[in-house]
Design a protein around this ligand. Sequence first.
Ligand SMILES: C[S@@+](CC[C@H](N)C(=O)[O-])C[C@H]1O[C@@H](n2cnc3c(N)ncnc32)[C@H](O)[C@@H]1O
Length: 215
Amino acid sequence: MDSKTLASQLRCPSGRDAVEVGERMNEANRLLNNQCIERLGMGADDSVLEIGPGNGAFVADIVEAARGVTYTGVDWSAEMVAEAERLNGRLIESGRARFRQGDAQELPFEAESFDKVLTIHTLYFWEQPAAQLAEIHRVLKAGGVLCLAFGDRSFMKDLPFVPYGFELYDQERIGGLLRAGGFEVVDACQHHEQALSNTGEVVEKLINIMICRAG
Ligand SMILES: C[S@@+](CC[C@H](N)C(=O)[O-])C[C@H]1O[C@@H](n2cnc3c(N)ncnc32)[C@H](O)[C@@H]1O
């Protein structure tokens, strides 16, 4: 797949390549997803929203992180929502998981609906980051926690697909936006990993995991 096509598939997996792209993202991002779920510090009966879960391969890990956790995933890719529903049928039937197709800029939920919000590798695609953070803040309960994970600009800038529509960040840049948006950054760490990139090559990854409390 050429770099431009790959960039567009990472932004919104679609068409006949979507299922395979979803599976490749699972492989590339498994360790990071595990780290984020651990760092979210899930509590009993937490209601969790994930923005951009792709095929939802890690949803079982989220709902099993504590007793009574319920999960909602929002992804704008129809193909990813269909795949996530297929892979998580048992959790949907039991009422512990649900998926919605939609744009995270306008979340179809009441204010203060969630205890936790998780979003991994979606920041690059936010057209209006301040407005997106305001929307996340709106649906979080007071004191609720956002886990935002993204590849650091220093490592991402050399990836061949990045020139095709990726906006890059480091902790300082997003930290300012988070604080202006009413979030307190309570923990910011960096996840280092030598792993498969979405290009199929092994790269040295540097991923920021920011844990932020809604004030
Ligand atoms: C690079 S993939 C990452 C998938 C997954 N979080 C992971 O860790 O492997 C980005 C996902 O976010 C979705 N996405 C990106 N921007 C979105 C938005 N504004 N609203 C809803 N979904 C979005 C894409 O469709 C895609 O499934």
